[in-house]
Ligand binder design. Structure first.
Ligand code: UT7
Length: 355
């Protein structure tokens, strides 16, 4: 199978503040033990107030440009995957473009949540194949802290600036969302892509799917134009700015659909699951990754997880993992790498790449 586009460099940044599980347990009814046992997460990074998704995106982009040995001025197309833009509109792409000191080049936002990175790779590949882009910057960036229902005092405790006791009523309110707030972290990962000079190296295939029937298993029931006004005081008071998530349904879908997508992309590319040197699953929950690994019968040495350190950073998880694997030598030239993810929409899919 011929590759037309390839990744030339990668990089990532996280939010500024490391938040261990114990800090989350101070503001809601949870524990380090519960979080580790059910999700594998030990810590996450949160941004300071004032940092926007575009700032993380630019930080990751600069690192990816350095890694690829490419100057920002050489970039001719920007694609950003995020579900948490700085503003309702415009998207993050135009902000990233300006903050990198660029102008005129197209900047595109895609909204595929946790499968943003696998979907965006197909968009990037298509743009490069068709000659529309020669040096493309693709970023997955996410800030989840804006969703979290904590008060100012609660944030001071979470961020380690205060050890104040949180009033029980406030803890009870926060605990309504405890299954959600403990899972997410803020970060961005970026890659620089271009035409593959060697047809055996680069992106080899995609298996992408969407099923819109279960939208309400993971969505934000506010801040949208199904409502007038699209966000209101009542919505805020009811906590409707926080995502609704039926964790069990998402979990089951993930451990079923992700292995299916891996089999499908391998069949399309004429390889087998056994040929995969490294599987990088979207980091939603370590138990999901373990379920996917088991379904695919892959040994530990061929599956990469880092959710323990970052939590779920949505569109950023896969490029962060890719960068770490490249830096540590876990991905070597010629390796067959598979990326797989599933998220709100529901969108899911897998991408195969020869490094
Ligand atoms: O990338 C897509 C984004 N989302 C996901 O991938 C989420 C996928 N799902 C999951 O990761 C898991 O379903 C969760 C981590 C969200 C929940 O784990 P679970 O093992 O499915 O737990 P559960 O929802 O069945 O809840 C078990 C218990 C419940 O208490 P009772 O009813 O047994 O008394 C929950 O209220 O755990 C309770 N619980 C918590 N306890 C302490 C839920 N969240 C927490 C918490 N701390 N943070």
């Amino acid at each position: 199978m011929q590759a037309f586009s390839r990744i030339y460099g990668s990089g990532f940044v996280t939010g500024e503040v490391l938040v261990p599980n114990e800090r989350m347990a101070r503001v809601c009814d949870t524990s380090d033990e519960w979080i580790r046992e059910r999700s594998g997460i030990e810590q996450r990074y949160f941004v300071n107030e004032g940092t926007g998704t575009s700032d993380l995106a630019v930080g990751a982009a600069k690192k990816a440009l350095d890694d690829a040995g490419v100057k920002a001025e050489e970039i001719d197309y920007i694609v950003v995957a995020t579900m948490t833009p700085d503003y309702y509109f415009p998207g993050v792409g135009s902000l990233v473009q300006a903050k990198l000191g660029l102008s005129n080049i197209p900047a595109l936002d895609i909204r595929q949540q946790c499968s943003g990175f696998v979907y965006g790779l197909q968009v990037a590949d298509a743009l490069i194949r068709s000659g529309q882009a020669k040096k493309l910057l693709f970023i997955g960036a996410e800030i989840h802290t804006g969703f979290m229902p904590f008060s100012k005092q609660g944030w001071d405790v979470v961020m380690g600036r205060s050890d104040a006791e949180i009033p029980q009523a406030e803890k009870d309110w926060n605990s309504k969302f405890r299954h959600l707030v403990v899972l997410f972290g803020d970060a961005a990962g970026a890659v620089v892509m271009g035409p593959s000079e060697d047809p055996s190296r680069g992106l080899l295939g995609f298996a992408l799917h969407t099923d819109g029937k279960n939208v309400e298993a993971l969505y934000v029931p506010s801040a949208g134009f199904a409502y007038r006004p699209y966000f209101s005081d009542e919505h805020f008071k009811e906590g409707r700015g926080v995502p609704v998530m039926d964790g069990r349904t998402v979990f089951k879908m993930a451990v079923t659909k992700m292995p299916e997508a891996v089999h499908e992309v391998c069949a399309k590319a004429g390889v087998t699951v056994d040929d995969i040197n490294l599987l990088i699953p979207h980091q939603a929950n370590l138990r999901i990754s373990e379920g996917v690994q088991k379904a695919l019968k892959l040994p530990d040495s061929r599956v990469y997880n880092n959710i323990q350190r970052y939590g779920n950073t949505t569109a950023a998880t896969i490029p962060i993992a890719y960068n770490e694997c490249k830096a540590s030598g876990r991905i070597k030239k010629g390796d067959l790498v598979c990326f797989v993810g599933l998220g709100a929409g529901f969108h899911w899919g897998a991408t195969l790449m020869r490094e």
